[in-house]
Design a protein around this ligand. Sequence first.
Ligand SMILES: Cc1cc2nc3c(=O)[nH]c(=O)nc-3n(C[C@H](O)[C@H](O)[C@H](O)COP(=O)(O)OP(=O)(O)OC[C@H]3O[C@@H](n4cnc5c(N)ncnc54)[C@H](O)[C@@H]3O)c2cc1C
Length: 390
Amino acid sequence: MTSQVLQEAPVAYPPFTAEHDLIRQTVKRFCQEEIAPFAQEWDEAGIFPREIFRKAADLGLFGIRIPTELGGSGLDWWATAAAMESMAWADSPGVGMGLMVQAELTIPIINELGTAEQKDAFMRPAMAGDWIGALGISEPWGGSDVAAIRTTARSEGDELVISGQKLWITNGSRADFIVLAVRTDGGGHRGISLVLFPMRTPGYSVGKKLKKVGNLCSDTAELFFDECRIPASYILGEKNRGFYYIMHNFQGERLASAIMTAACLERCLDYAVRYGKERSAFGNPVGSYQVWRHKFAEHCTNLEAARWLTYRALDLMNRGQKAVREITMAKLFTSELAQRLTYDCMQIFGGFGYTTEYPVSRFWRDLRLYTIGAGTSEIMKEILAKEDGL
Ligand SMILES: Cc1cc2nc3c(=O)[nH]c(=O)nc-3n(C[C@H](O)[C@H](O)[C@H](O)COP(=O)(O)OP(=O)(O)OC[C@H]3O[C@@H](n4cnc5c(N)ncnc54)[C@H](O)[C@@H]3O)c2cc1C
């Protein structure tokens, strides 16, 4: 007798469907037509146009997992992966990062914790691409050490009065609102809350836009808050539970960053393999020399491992299961692989690799960030050591 399990139709894995293919085609076309041709120009300008947020919104990129009754598509993490993987066609991780902050770091946390009023006031305009969102956790004295933040919010009647400073804020120079981590009580991780902060609030100012090594078209700013008054009703979730929410939200950010990094690596490797076939030296295509074929075979293997590790993490997250260990591993593995893989891809381009003529140098510069941003590799290893009781 055949068992029940054997009778079930085998489930394709990863479970991408024709609907996901459609998402891929749409996002790929958007990237190829609206972003990639301008990537270099926007890097030089130090910012990409605001209207890209609107165009991304029109494609539904800011509401993939948001319920349909709130104007989203009501899909799951696999749909998010299909969209994010296709963003690699933009050849611009900087644009990807700006959009990712909006899609994965601000909108989902409002959807999860926000009241109906907060969703109306902040999430709807963000999903429509009318408002640009940012996430403000890091400060000059606390990036890895989130519990060290000093920006305060004191209660006065039905208002919160916010003073302090944030650093490294993506989308910061032109954001319309920020999901802001503030200290509402005592020291340590227990006295932190999240608030929704509209940038039009008096007392708020943008300091300098930071000059960076990569992700040049993505603005990164320092922000100042001087006795800024916002309604107390803008606290997101429960007061003093912010640290817990941040740690939870980091999971989505790190998973998204692993998905995006792996897809960009595939694109970068593809450029390098193609160049190796076209460029000749000493009478042979450069890529036909065994040293390159072996290097690329190794990178293909690592990339395959990166993708499966990421899909495993995604699957757990998608099913609402604990995924801290797998997400942390995926973030660590993809970001560390990026350093070796983009180095070799740049190397096979010879002198051209060191110019901005080809996207490989942009991948090399931009993906350098990922052992630092969204939690450093050292912090990923700390988490893993704790998770595995090492
Ligand atoms: C381009 C860019 C965009 C960013 N965007 C945002 C954003 O939108 N919002 C936001 O809030 N933040 C943002 N960040 C900040 C980013 O999250 C932090 O830079 C990162 O968390 C590291 O913090 P830090 O820079 O303060 O370094 P630190 O925490 O000072 O770390 C310095 C070094 O010490 C190491 N270290 C720290 N603790 C330990 C330990 N326990 N054991 C061993 N080594 C340790 C770190 O790994 C690192 O190598 C961004 C950063 C960059 C560069």
